[in-house]
Design a protein around this ligand. Structure first.
Ligand code: O7M
Length: 217
């Protein structure tokens, strides 16, 4: 994934025509498009191939299973044309190691969720977030997911993983986080969904986010 605009679109719409329309208009402003259960369950896995003409595709399945099942899932998702898969870290090193092996053999990327961006992440996940970040570095994942709603945690996680891994950071806009703050704290990319795809002018919102990001790098 090229590091240019540092913006990733989270495309959580439920209609393929809408998904294609939004992707087409924002394509010039994003480095990747993240798709997950909402769009894929509504339209099918084939949407990955259709969208990949606009940008690299990150498949957000938050894969969280035993190593063999993680392997089977990652193989199918890469086969469908995704460039990266997001996996949960809390399942531990063997599940992650298997996912990274599959990604590496396909020349693709794995991003590992550390601590999530919503308030409930404080109930259980935050306590494990730093250990998960360290495991992601030890297992040589491509990067981690860290919360733009808590830039101080992005900074902590950056300090743990060093400069070899990248950070993709959701929670900007509707969830209250700021793109500039997340990038300043050490995120390589911010992930933005509703603020862009629910807007009347998704391209203009994306362009504004990119200019906010460019001001702080
Ligand atoms: O900008 P939003 O809030 O409309 O969308 C944010 C997207 O990022 C949405 O697809 C979420 O599922 C995802 N996300 C979070 O919001 N918080 C997290 O901690 C992690 C993710 C995510 O992408 O996980 C991989």
């Amino acid at each position: 994934m090229e590091k240019d605009t540092r913006l990733i679109l989270a495309l959580d719409v439920l209609d393929s025509a809408e998904a294609l329309r939004i992707s087409q208009v924002v394509a010039g402003h994003v480095d990747a498009i993240k798709v997950g259960y909402p769009l894929i369950l509504a339209t099918g896995l084939g949407i990955i191939t259709e969208l990949s003409r606009y940008a690299p595709i990150i498949a957000d399945f938050k894969v969280a299973d035993i190593p063999n099942t993680n392997r089977l899932i990652c193989e199918q998702v890469f086969k469908a044309g995704a460039d990266a898969v997001i996996v949960q870290g809390f399942t531990g090193h063997d599940s992650l190691r298997t996912s990274v092996e599959v990604a590496r053999s396909n020349n693709k990327d794995i991003f590992v969720v550390t601590e999530m961006s919503h308030p409930g992440a404080l109930d259980f996940m935050q306590a494990a977030g730093e250990a998960i970040a360290k495991m992601a570095a030890d297992e040589q994942a491509s990067g981690v997911v860290a919360p733009a709603t808590r830039p101080e945690r992005v900074r902590d996680i950056r300090n743990i993983i060093g400069s070899d891994l990248t950070i993709i950071s959701p929670g900007v806009g509707t969830q209250g986080g700021s793109a500039a703050d997340a990038i300043r704290a050490g995120a390589d990319w911010v992930i933005v969904g509703r603020s862009i795809y629910q807007s009347d002018d998704p391209a203009a919102v994306a362009a504004k986010l990119v200019s906010e990001i460019k001001e702080v790098i």
